[in-house]
Design a protein around this ligand. Structure first.
Ligand code: IPE
Ligand code: IPE
Ligand code: MG
Length: 253
C-alpha cells in the first residue's frame, strides 16, 4: 500500500482542519457489558461511521484514525482475526456509500503481515475514491510511527546513495513528504478516547504542533456530541507555534 502517489484533493475548503483519533476502549466497553472484546470492536466500527458523519457536519476536512497498530499483533490470534474480519466487512458494506458521499479513503501502514485479500481491498478502496475531495479519511492499519519514520529515512538514504539528492538538501518538508502521511495538511487536533494519556506510536512526527485532547469516553460510545466537545476544547486553546501570544507581543519587558 504505497501511499506516496499524489492523493491530495484539490478543491478542499481553504482552511483544512485535520483531526486524528486514537480510537481506544473497545475492550473495556465490552467487558462492562459482560461481552467478549470482539463485540466492543463491532460497536467501535459503528462509532467510526457515526464519527465520520459528524466530522463532515462539524467542518473537519481530514481525519486520520488509528485502526490497528504494529504492536496489536501481540493480541490473541482470535481477536486479531476478528479485527481483520470487521475491516473486511466495513470495506464491503461501506465503501460504495463513502464513495457516493465524496469521501477519499487512504490506508497507511505496512503491507507486510496483513492478509493478502486485505492488501487488495485497501488498494481498491483508495483507487475507487481517490478523486473524491469532500472529506479525506486516512486509516492507519498495521501502522507504527517509528517504522514509518525509519522507512522515510531509508528512502532518503537510498536517494542520497543513488546521487539523486544530497544529504544537505534534506529538509523537514522533504522528510515529511517521505512519510506515509505525505500530502495531508498539518495535524491540528489529536484525540484519544478511554482516558489513556499516551501516543502508542501514532503520528509521532505529525503531532509536532497538534493540540491533544484526551476524553474519558470509551470509543464505542463516541459520536457527534463527543467530537463536538473535543472541537470546543480545541477552539479554546491558544496555539502559539513557538511564538508569543499576540496579546502580549507588544508589552515592554
Ligand atoms: C481499541 O480498543 C481498538 C484497537 C486497539 C484495535 P482496545 O481493544 O484497545 O480496547 P481496550 O483498550 O482494551 O479497552
Ligand atoms: C492504540 O491502542 C492502537 C489503536 C487504537 C489501534 P492500544 O490499546 O493498542 O494502545 P496501548 O496498548 O494501550 O498503548
Ligand atoms: Mg486499548
Amino acid at each position: 500500500m504505497d501511499a506516496r502517489e499524489p492523493t491530495r484533493p484539490d478543491d478542499l475548503p481553504a482552511t483544512p482542519f485535520h483531526v486524528a483519533i486514537i480510537m481506544d476502549g473497545n475492550g473495556r466497553w465490552a467487558k462492562e457489558r459482560g461481552q467478549i472484546r470482539t463485540i466492543g470492536h463491532k460497536a467501535g466500527v459503528d462509532a467510526l461511521k457515526r464519527t465520520i458523519t459528524a466530522a463532515v457536519d462539524l467542518g473537519v476536512t481530514h481525519m486520520t484514525v488509528f485502526a490497528f497498530s504494529t504492536e496489536n499483533w501481540r493480541r490473541p490470534e482470535a481477536e486479531v482475526s476478528d479485527l481483520m474480519g470487521l475491516l473486511r466487512a466495513f470495506i464491503k458494506a461501506d465503501l460504495a456509500r463513502l464513495r457516493r458521499e465524496g469521501v477519499c479513503v487512504r490506508i497507511i501502514g505496512q503491507e507486510d503481515g496483513l492478509p493478502r485479500d486485505i492488501v487488495g481491498m485497501v488498494a481498491d478502496a483508495h483507487e475507487q475514491t481517490k478523486h473524491n475531495s469532500r472529506f479525506f479519511l486516512q486509516v492507519a492499519l498495521n501502522y507504527g510511527a517509528q517504522a514509518d519514520i525509519v522507512e522515510a529515512a531509508r528512502r532518503l538514504a537510498q536517494s542520497a546513495r543513488d546521487g539523486a539528492i544530497t544529504p544537505e538538501s534534506i529538509t523537514a518538508d522533504i522528510f515529511a513528504n517521505s512519510l506515509s502521511t505525505h500530502g495531508l495538511p498539518p495535524l491540528d487536533l489529536l484525540i484519544r478516547t478511554s482516558g489513556e494519556h499516551r501516543l502508542s506510536n501514532f503520528l509521532l512526527w505529525e503531532a509536532a504542533y497538534a493540540e491533544f485532547v484526551f476524553q474519558d469516553i470509551l470509543w464505542p460510545d463516541y459520536g457527534h456530541d463527543a467530537l463536538k466537545q473535543a472541537l470546543d476544547i480545541f477552539a479554546r486553546r491558544n496555539r502559539r507555534f513557538g511564538a508569543v501570544d499576540p496579546g502580549h507581543a507588544a508589552q515592554p519587558a
